[in-house]
Design a protein around this ligand. Structure first.
Ligand SMILES: CC(C)(COP(=O)(O)OP(=O)(O)OC[C@H]1O[C@@H](n2cnc3c(N)ncnc32)[C@H](O)[C@@H]1OP(=O)(O)O)[C@@H](O)C(=O)NCCC(=O)NCCSC(=O)CCCC(=O)O
Ligand SMILES: Cc1cc2nc3c(=O)[nH]c(=O)nc-3n(C[C@H](O)[C@H](O)[C@H](O)COP(=O)(O)OP(=O)(O)OC[C@H]3O[C@@H](n4cnc5c(N)ncnc54)[C@H](O)[C@@H]3O)c2cc1C
Length: 692
């Protein structure tokens, strides 16, 4: 890239230790960073990581050096080129899902084929019959057709049952007629639809013989395969500029009595019979929502790397950045000279940033649990057993809500912790934040999703308490955490915390009891208000959100503690258990996650009377103790995430700590620096290319 500004060559480094600061930090680590990286990735995935990264970093199409200077059209064009090159690489290298996941992560750009891979293909796999897979899935996997997932409408997104697009069965021709009766029925927000896709999965109200059977998925060809123009009676467009995600063509589409064959209704679960239009019920009414459950589980798995990325930038920058001389504990160099304090040494900075590291590790263990639960569900459902669906739906909804909210809050906390430079695109936070943000809204708005989790919790509570002998559920409590804490609460509703010193709060049994007691107490309270005091659902929505949050925080805590203690067949966990140094640092991180989470919601724990006010004070002291304990390992803990510089795309978070050199180098490439501004008060203002 061209530099428009020549940087003077006389400049000496103002901080002689500058570049070595991160090396000094790395020397403080109490554990082997490579060992922890291996725990996080596993041997096979780490090999894949390096293979794929090399390919991506060496390919000029994926070069990101110009990314912060691109406008919408340029971004979109760049994204299309990347997508096409990615498809070539998939073909050349025969990449499978495992490799593709790394490639997409390193590419770091929401692209027009994202929904094809992320929604269209999974829906065909999950909801198509064998014949439908042959017809649509095979060409989709070969990128001969490009699809999108058109569910949300201008007027309805969350309320899926309220969608207005209709699919009416026409027995005479054995077709469906897809129609948008109102403006508000226009599909809207659909990724890849605006310019790219030639097929769509359209969620529409299935109507046969005058009866509405609710939203079902239909495959509709939307553009001509040769001209790429919209097919007759179909209107398509891009929805315009957005908060972020501008490299993707989110689109709208309207249908005017468009006919498709009956074959195109995805019919693995429910069907319409030829001629009679008879509806064959699915084994479970909610199976047509299956894609959302899968994608929510995938989103939860992605949170850990999002948090890791934010923490990496902020922690490395905080180690390099110095402000003020600490009057009480001035920082002395070996030669006795006094230097400004690294901002990472300020306790407030630690309090803001170390919990983000801890959240990322916590999400790592819960992502493993989510994958296991989803795999178990897939296994059982393939033989017709859908009993795990309610559990899976409840935990995937609540955890998607909690963890993505946590992620966006933490990206912003990390950005602000970088001061003024955090506001520059060169920080690596701006585009990252903009592109991540929709995760709190899509696949279910984060507030609405908590209703789903809460419904399940209330139902389970009522089931257990209404039984004459609640202990009948004891045999299920090993497998079902909700039943387990409800039973514990019913047996001992007045449990008290036994901590008498700050370090007592490191006791995992005390921690678990605190979270179990709090959530069961909150659920009991909501059940009482709805069932006995006859409060309406709407009047309880704040409490509804609170119980989902409390339940999912408990899941994060429980999964972290279990991972540290319970013997496991899992390769990563075995490596963790076999290394005392790793176990020690992970225990500190787990304690920080648990106690910081408690401290933030201390009101709930006091209200449930598990804690007393003096104990709340002890807990806070223990949080401060943990910050001190973690401080020497902070940089190494983020190094272990192994987020490559090419992905961070950050002047502040680089591995080598050359923050200031990169800031001015990138600024010199700002195209505005290549323009001159001529201002004549009697005329217009002109901008033209500078004569360099
Ligand atoms: C909010 C709800 C869950 C409400 O559903 P509802 O049927 O009206 O609700 P209800 O009466 O409260 O529940 C009825 C019942 O259905 C269950 N249920 C609801 N959803 C599911 C599911 N996915 N799996 C399994 N079960 C589900 C509920 O738990 C209820 O069960 P219950 O009656 O209590 O036994 C739903 O409509 C919904 O999921 N809305 C969010 C819409 C959404 O996620 N859209 C995604 C569009 S695609 C997208 O955003 C792409 C992003 C791009 C990308 O990822 O790349
Ligand atoms: C970048 C991006 C990409 C997307 N890609 C796709 C795509 O590819 N395909 C697709 O189909 N969709 C897509 N979507 C749409 C997305 O799934 C929806 O926007 C999302 O499901 C939220 O629905 P909504 O917009 O209708 O929000 P609304 O439901 O209108 O929510 C607005 C507010 O009202 C509140 N609210 C609504 N109902 C209730 C209630 N009953 N109780 C309490 N509060 C309530 C919500 O909490 C929220 O705060 C995308 C969205 C974005 C931003």
């Amino acid at each position: 890239m061209v530099s428009y500004v020549k940087i003077p060559s006389h400049l000496k480094p103002s901080d002689p230790q500058g570049p070595d600061l991160l090396t000094q930090e790395r020397n403080l680590a109490s554990f082997d960073v490579k060992e922890l990286t291996l725990v996080l990735y596993g041997i096979k995935d780490l090999e894949r990581y390096h293979t794929i990264l090399k390919i991506i970093e060496n390919d000029p199409v994926f070069d990101k050096s110009n990314i912060y200077f691109m406008g919408r059209n340029e971004l979109f064009e760049h994204a299309i080129k990347k997508e096409k090159r990615l498809v070539q690489l998939i073909r050349e290298n025969k990449w499978k899902v495992e490799e593709l996941q790394f490639a997409e992560w390193f590419l770091d750009m929401p692209g027009p084929f994202g929904a094809h891979r992320g929604m269209f293909i999974p829906t065909l796999i999950g909801q198509g019959t064998k014949e439908q897979k042959e017809k649509f899935l095979v060409p989709a996997l070969n990128y001969q057709i490009i699809g999108c997932y058109a569910q949300t409408e201008l007027g309805h997104g969350s309320n899926v049952k309220g969608l207005e697009t209709t699919a009416i069965y026409i027995p005479e021709t054995d077709e469906f007629e897809i129609h948008s009766p109102y403006l508000t029925a226009s599909k809207w927000w659909v990724g890849g639809l605006g310019k790219t896709a030639n097929h769509a999965i359209v969620m529409a109200q299935l109507i046969s013989n005058g009866k509405n059977y609710g939203p079902h998925p239909f495959v509709v060809q939307i553009r001509d395969m040769k001209t790429h123009l919209p097919l007759p009676s179909i209107t398509i467009g891009d929805i315009g500029p957005k908060f972020g995600f501008n490299s993707t063509d989110n689109g709208f589409i309207l249908f005017e009595h468009v006919r498709i064959p009956r074959f195109n209704m995805l019919s693995k679960f429910s069907q319409i019979k030829k001629g009679t239009g008879e509806y064959i019920n699915p084994p479970n009414q909610k199976l047509s929502y299956g894609t959302m459950v899968l994608v929510r589980a995938i989103i939860i798995s992605g949170v850990r790397v999002t948090l890791a990325r934010a923490a990496t930038i902020a922690i490395r920058y905080s180690a390099v950045r110095r402000q003020f001389i600490d009057k009480d504990e001035p920082k002395k160099l070996e030669d006795g000279s006094i230097v400004e304090t690294s901002i990472l040494d300020y306790t407030m900075q630690q309090y803001r940033l170390f919990p983000v590291i801890a959240q990322s590790y916590a999400c790592f263990f819960t992502a493993k649990m989510m994958v296991n639960l989803y795999t178990e569900y897939t296994k059982q459902s393939s033989s017709g057993d859908y009993s795990l669906l309610a559990d899976l739906h409840a935990s995937s909804s609540g955890l998607k809500s909690l963890t993505t909210t946590m992620a966006v809050d933490s990206i912003e906390d990390c950005r602000r912790a970088c001061g003024g430079h955090g506001y520059s695109s060169f920080s690596g936070f701006v585009k990252f934040y903009q592109d991540y943000l929709p995760n709190t809204t899509w696949e279910g708005d984060n507030y609405i999703l908590t209703h789903q989790t809460a419904r399940y919790l209330l139902k389970t509570f009522r089931q257990v308490t209404s039984h004459k002998n609640p202990e009948i559920y004891a045999s299920q409590s090993n497998k079902n955490p909700t039943i387990s804490y409800i039973l514990q609460y019913l047996n001992e509703p007045n449990q008290k915390c036994t901590a008498i010193t700050p370090s007592d709060f490191n006791n995992h049994e005390i921690q678990l009891r605190a979270f179990k007691h709090r959530v069961a107490f909150l659920i009991a309270n909501v059940v009482d208000q709805i069932d006995n005091q006859k409060k309406s659902w709407n009047s309880m929505l704040v409490e509804i959100n609170r119980i989902s949050r409390a339940h999912c925080q408990y899941l994060l805590v429980q999964n972290f503690i279990t991972a540290l203690h319970q013997p496991s067949e899992d390769e990563s966990l075995r490596m963790l258990h076999n290394s005392p140094a790793l176990k020690e640092v992970m225990t500190s991180i787990c304690n920080l996650f648990v106690l910081h989470t408690m401290e933030k919601d201390i009101g709930d724990f006091l209200e449930s009377e598990y804690l007393t006010t003096p104990q709340a004070r002890l807990l806070r002291i223990q949080v401060y103790n943990l910050l001190k304990e973690i401080r020497p390992n902070a940089v190494s803990l983020v190094d272990a995430f192994l987020i490559p510089d090419s992905l961070l795309c950050s002047a502040l978070g680089r591995y080598d700590g050359k923050v200031y050199e990169t800031m001015i180098d990138w600024a010199s490439k700002e195209p505005l620096n290549g323009m001159t501004l001529d201002f004549n008060p009697n005329n217009d203002t002109f901008i033209r290319k500078a004569k360099l």
